[in-house]
Write a protein that binds this ligand. Structure first.
Ligand code: FES
Ligand code: FES
Length: 156
């Protein structure tokens, strides 16, 4: 049975119909066509589906859509402001830290939230912060470099 639910995604309210067990990832990708959030393992392991809910990184594949009503959801599509990339997005580009790109949105949202909490991280801090996000292309070094670059530029 489906219920109407109002989800605030990237600052916009969306009335959607979803069942009690419909995940946030399904609503984002299949209903709202926000496909930047990737369905990798669909089991909470890989981090490819990471989005921010009230500013906290969550696994959208493990999050029930109905439980996010009234909260603010940010996907990779909503991260830039006024057409400007966030520092971590620009640093990912400048560090050439993308291979297939499947992990990239989850990495960026995780790193963005991390840099807001720690703007002077060590390399080990960065590795720990990203440890829940898997890159199947194994391009970790450049991703870590990108987070360090964003930090050195003073932004998240
Ligand atoms: S798709 Fe959600 S953690 Fe892998
Ligand atoms: S760039 Fe391919 S999974 Fe990370």
């Amino acid at each position: 049975m489906s219920h109407p639910v109002t989800l605030t995604v990237n600052g916009k309210e969306n009335e959607v119909s979803c069942g009690a067990t419909t995940t946030l990832l399904t609503v984002l990708r299949d209903t709202l066509a926000l496909t930047g959030s990737k369905r990798g393992c669909n089991q909470g392991v890989c981090g490819a589906c990471t989005v921010l809910v009230d500013g906290t990184p969550v696994r959208a594949c493990l999050t029930l859509a109905v439980n996010t009503e009234g909260q603010s959801i940010t996907t990779i599509e909503g991260l830039p402001e006024g057409g400007e990339l966030k520092p971590i997005q620009q640093a990912i580009i400048d560090s050439d830290a993308v291979q297939c790109g499947f992990c990239t949105s989850g990495m960026i949202l995780t790193a963005h939230e991390f840099l807001q909490r720690n703007n002077n991280p060590s390399i080990d801090d960065i590795r720990t912060a990203l440890s829940g996000n898997i890159c199947r292309c194994s391009g970790y070094r450049k991703i870590v470099d990108a987070v360090a670059l964003a930090a050195s530029r003073g932004g998240a």
